[in-house]
Design a binder for this molecule. Sequence first.
Ligand code: SF4
Length: 222
Amino acid sequence: MSRIKVNEVFETIQGEAAFTGSPAVFLRLQGCPVGCGWCDTKHTWDALQEHETSQDIIIAKTEDSPHYFVSDAKNLAEMVAQNYQAKHVVITGGEPCMIDLTELTTELLAKGLRVQIETSGTFEVRVHPRAWVTLSPKIDMPAGLPVLASSYARADEIKYPVGNARDIEVVIEQVLQHVTPSKLLWLQPLSQSKKATDLCIAAATQLDARVSIQTHKFIGIR
Ligand code: SF4
């Protein structure tokens, strides 16, 4: 039976990439060894025993914290279906693919929900075949974990965060090497920066990609 560590559960609007605008329940899982310097969920990196707490406390929390609850797949899917109205579920992190998500994605789909995974691609993606996989490879990850070829192959869409001109050079190199033309390809400026947005627009034109704006940040929601 799976032991899933959940840092946060909340309902909002998906602000990025193909499902932009979709009301969604976000399940943020605990644990990530990737170590991106600009990560805005650093509180999910470690899963210390002392931070384990109850489901009720996590569901009620409104501020970032390293606390999490542990659930199995069946109970977690049941809880999402019963407590939230959105029909789209986003499993994010942390790095959700550190664990096998086959059972959880299967349970959620069986409840008539649509399921999306957001992953850095550094761990094998183990999900139901109908789960939508958003691969977000990070540039110069301090932990030096490679993005797996199997992650590129499984991805339904690929979304590169871009902060500066050097990121764009690396992204173009990676796209030409790993991304087949059939994949939905997005370039996403970091931190709503005008400079990064201009770089993304220029490169998207060159690569026939799309620009993903973090729309939720412009309207001040999570
Ligand atoms: S992969 Fe995601 S959660 Fe992990 S460090 Fe990078 S941005 Fe943060």
